[in-house]
Design a protein around this ligand. Structure first.
Ligand code: FAD
Length: 377
């Protein structure tokens, strides 16, 4: 189920009906050919549109929502086999639940996305210090369309990424083939894989390795089609946990995180990724009702991750954090009800449309507090 079914022009771009299984990389090309773009994207483009919105996939940009916030209509196959269209005006409760439905509401078959006219994007990556970034954060978030940074634990160094939206007719200056290979493939994937293996065998070298990595970071700028700037190649396997916290809590949470790493003896070779999103009104969105900062922590897949992730989770939860639905966490329905104002409304819609829990599974039983029926339905 992939491809674009229809395009209805709007003042700012178009409402595009997409078949739910369309991979984002395919969608980006299809949109571009029609003079359209995705408003925002995460780090990769291999997900299906349905998988991405159903788990709350987001990118960065304090004026932009995650992908579910761009949905203006849906077609859902419900547990009883009925096929239902919904939007803000037509079945709004089903719409609010199903546009980030965790697979619990029904099977999405079509998704209508609000897409802007195609735009180019200028990328500026630069090394900096954590103190500088935190000091200037409100100003940076206000003036840069899509800002994120990576902080190397055991150092005070960061890599900042500032992406600025530009008109479509801006001359493009993409990363050259050789530079792109060295930076994005050789260093970010091949060398990183080898250093990750080395750090797993000899963890004591991690602080020194991070110190070296943070000093090797260099500045670069390029301009390309928006979707090519949003997305990167990620080929080193890792485990990840990510928490959305109120944006004002970010400096305190990072300070607690650094203190925890320094005092626990935890050795962390992967940088901590920090991103931003505007408040949205998607019921189960990690940014529902509040401007949010995202803190993502990673461990190379051959390394133990649980003690580190649990310690980070404790810090994020104390700040009112909400875990990414598609990444590792240990929160349960009782915890999540506390941080999602629409948790019970979502549960009521799920129960109404799937009373026999056809779409239940172990993960949903944990986070949505419903029992999988003893007998198969
Ligand atoms: C390397 C990597 C980088 C990532 N970067 C980011 C990032 O930058 N930002 C971010 O927020 N996340 C990120 N993620 C997480 C990723 O976006 C989510 O895990 C996403 O859900 C995966 O999409 P998928 O198509 O593989 O989903 P799938 O695994 O196919 O589906 C995920 C879930 O979505 C639901 N679902 C799927 N299809 C349907 C359907 N048709 N109807 C109803 N429900 C459905 C189901 O509940 C399913 O379990 C990253 C993941 C990886 C592995």
């Amino acid at each position: 189920m992939s491809g674009i079914e229809s395009v209805v022009p709007t003042a700012t771009g178009a409402h595009v009906t997409v078949l739910a299984g369309t991979p984002l990389h395919q969608l980006n090309e299809l949109l571009w050919a029609r003079g359209l773009s995705m408003q925002n994207l995460g780090d990769i483009d291999t997900q299906s549109v349905a998988g991405a919105i159903s788990t709350g996939t987001h990118g960065t940009g304090s004026a932009f929502s995650g992908l579910a916030g761009l949905v203006v209509g849906l077609q859902v196959v419900l547990a009883d086999g009925s096929v239902v269209d919904c939007s803000r005006d037509q079945g709004p409760d089903l719409f609010h639940a199903a546009r980030l439905g965790l697979g619990a509401i029904g099977i999405l078959s079509k998704i209508i996305l609000d897409c802007p006219h195609a735009f180019a994007m200028h990328a500026h990556e630069a090394p900096d210090t954590l103190d500088n970034v935190l000091r200037d954060l409100p100003h940076i978030c206000e003036t840069v369309d899509h800002f994120e940074f990576y902080w190397w634990p055991h150092t005070r160094r960061v890599l900042t990424k500032r992406n600025t939206r530009l008109p479509l007719d801006t001359p493009l200056k993409p990363v050259g083939k050789v530079t792109g290979y060295i930076s994005d493939e050789f260093l970010s994937n091949l060398v990183f894989e080898q250093t990750s293996r080395l750090c797993t065998r000899v963890p004591a070298i991690i602080p020194r390795m991070n110190w070296v990595a943070a000093r090797l970071l260099s500045e670069r700028e390029y301009t390309d089609r928006s979707y090519r700037v949003f997305v990167s190649s990620r080929r080193v396997r890792f485990r990840e946990m990510e928490y959305a916290i109120p944006v004002d809590a970010l400096p305190g949470v990072l300070a607690d995180l650094e203190k925890m790493i320094d005092t626990s003896g935890e050795l962390v070779s992967f940088p901590v990724e920090v991103r931003f999103a505007a408040a949205d009104d998607v019921w189960m969105s990690t940014a529902n009702g509040r401007d949010s900062a995202y803190i993502a922590v990673h461990k190379y897949w051959r390394q133990d991750y649980e003690a580190y992730f649990r310690a980070v989770e404790e810090i994020a939860v104390a700040a009112g954090g909400r875990p990414h639905w598609g990444k590792i966490h240990w929160r349960t329905a009782a915890d999540l009800r506390e941080v999602y104002p629409h948790f019970d409304a979502f549960s009521a819609i799920r129960e109404k449309h799937d009373p026999q829990h056809l779409f239940g599974n172990d993960y949903l039983a944990k986070v949505l507090d419903y029992r999988i029926p003893a007998e198969p339905v």
